[in-house]
Structure formats: structure tokens, C-alpha cells
Ligand binder design. Sequence first.
Ligand code: LMR
Length: 396
Amino acid sequence: MFERVNAAPADPIFGLTEAFKQDPRDHKINLGAGIYKDEKGQTPILETVKIAEQRLVDTETSKAYLGIDGRADYALEVQKLLFKPEHNIIANQRAVTAQTPGGTGGLRVLAEFAFKHVGVRTVWISDPTWANHASVFRAAGLEVKTYRYYDPLTHSMDFAGMCEALETIPSDDMVLLHGCCHNPTGIDPTFAQWQKINQISLAKGWLPFFDFAYQGFGKGIDEDAAGLRLFADTHDELLIASSFSKNFGLYNERVGAATIVASTATNAQASFSQMKTGIRANYSNPPAHGAAVVATILEDPQLAAKWREEVSEMRARIQQMRDLFVAKLEEYGATENFDFISHQNGMFSFSGLNKTQIEKLKKDHAVYIVGSGRICVACMTLKNIDQLCKAIVAVL
Ligand code: LMR
């Protein structure tokens, strides 16, 4: 029967990693997937993670199943990071959180919940957005539409275009917002812009859905939550998919969360029960290890403080590479102005490189970047930056 199956196209992000692995050239550079590298070009295990893992090895006594929604202590730590520990959403039990396999798992669980139990039929995502968003939402049954976000001519946010689009969205629809470090553009709303988006959301009544995968990679753990917290202060209902892949470096442990904020604790519990039926029919219950590591760190004040320092170090290194990238492009003769890259947030830069240039980079220079022109700045190092900038200038 399988002769009926047509081959699928390669994934725009992980498909690139596959092609990179098969490339025999020694000098190859992969700036595809969003993964942090240190100066040695390695994706490190955080010191706090190593300490927590050692504690778990010493103290764990069972590998019995977790509940459908995972660990309750983890869920509480997730909510404290999202909203602040003292937020009344937590005190009034208006939020429910399920531990999910990565942020992607969180997106899918919430998308299915919105489609099946809230009756949402259409989700609006930014143009451009993360290459997997549309697939996740369509797989949950939703129709996907886009709102304007980016102006390629000025390499900046098309805020007027975004607001105009958001104003037209019907109240039964859902709108996906990137909490910080917009993927792929690296361009986030200012706080004043968040206030305007918040106002439109309140006036129109559509359901805001935050994808929050890079907390700490923009300006700081709390600073990056400013937009989300504004919504949390003013909205009765919200959905939030969050991830610890990046800020704990726990990529392959698949550790994320699906959070529903409801207007009352009763509505939150009813929603939680339905979200759990969805999880049970999907992957039954989440893998344990990553969430155990995160909970161990966040519940220990010393480890939590050390983790915040480690996140700051990663953020500072990325900013250093951004500035160096801009300087080196100029040094190697780029006539275009790339200063905008210094002001973008998070792991990515939206370079403005076109498809022909991207193809040439791969073919002639062994440099791999995503087809949209998204470059992973967190994968640049002092060792690869000269070769990279020379290659880019050569294809400009
Ligand atoms: C990325 O955008 O590169 C990462 O979030 C990895 C992924 O799942 O695509």
C-alpha cells in the first residue's frame, strides 16, 4: 500500500541540518536551526543543569509514569516565570499548566484545545513566522491566515500594517503573538506597541495565543515577559505555549508547557480537564527528565540565581556576535548597511538575503541558512565569523 505515498519535502529547518550533516566540506557552517553555540562552537550543557542532573541521579527512586499533565511543581514554576510569582492569576488559580514535550508540543496541545473545545476555527499568524507554526495549527484542524508584521524595505516592523490587520480579525478567531525574540525576524514590539496591540485585542475580543520560546534571550527574563504580562494583567483569557529548550539548553529533552488562563478557577479547571483528554489521546503523558531538571533548578534559590546568570551570559555572547557580524560585513566590503542586525533580539537575524544568494552560500561557500534568509546568530563564533562574512559579501 505504501506505493501510494508521495515523498514529503524536506523540513525547512531540520531538513537543512540533515543536508549540512551530509556535506563533506570541512569548513562548512550551519546557521540553520535555532540552537545556541559557545565560543568553541559547541552547544553546552549549562552548569546548573549538570548540578540538577547529578542531584536527580542521587535521589530519583522511580521511573513510574507522570500524570497526564506532568509535574505540579514544574507547572507552578512555569507560571511564576510567565506571570511573576505574586501575580493574582496564580493566587486565584486562574491558570492551568500542562508539562508538554517541548514548546511545539505545547502549541499543538493548545491548538487542539482551541479547535475542539473553544470552537476556534481560524488562527492568525505573523507574516513571516516560524516555519512550523502553520503546520502545527493545520494539523490541529485550524485554518491559518496571516497578519502583516515586517517591512523588508526598511528591515523593521510594519507596525501600522500589523495594527490594521489585527483590527479586522473577528472575535471568534485566535491570534498568535511571539512573546519575545520574534522568530524569524528578531524584531519585537516596544512596550508602547504592546500597549496598542493589547488595546486592539481587548476591543476586538479575539483570543490571544502567546508563543514564548526565548524568555531571557532578548533583554532579560523579566523584561522579555513585559508584553505577555501586560496581556495577563488585562485579559480574562489567554493561551501560552512556552519552552525551556533555549534558556535551559535542554533542546533534546523536549521540555515545554501549555498554559491556559481563564476568567475563573472553575473555567480553568474545566478547560484543563479537556486539555488533558487531548494529551491522553496523543502522547498519554510527558517525558520526565527535562522538567525534573527545570523544577530542581527553579525551586533552589541559589541554582535559580546561577541559572539567570548563565542565561545572561548566553544573551551577551549573542549580542557580541551580532555587533561583530555587522562590523565584519563592513570590513569585508559590504556596501549595504547591516546595522539593523545589531538591534534585533534573540537568536535570529532576518538578513534580507534572497533565495539565489542563499543557494550560492550553500553551494559555493558551505554556509547553510534557512530559505527565508533567517540566520542563527547564536551559531556564529569567533572562529567562523570571518569566513562567514567573506562568503556573504561574495554573494551580495
Ligand atoms: C528553530 O526555529 O530553529 C527552532 O525553534 C528549532 C525548531 O524546532 O524549528
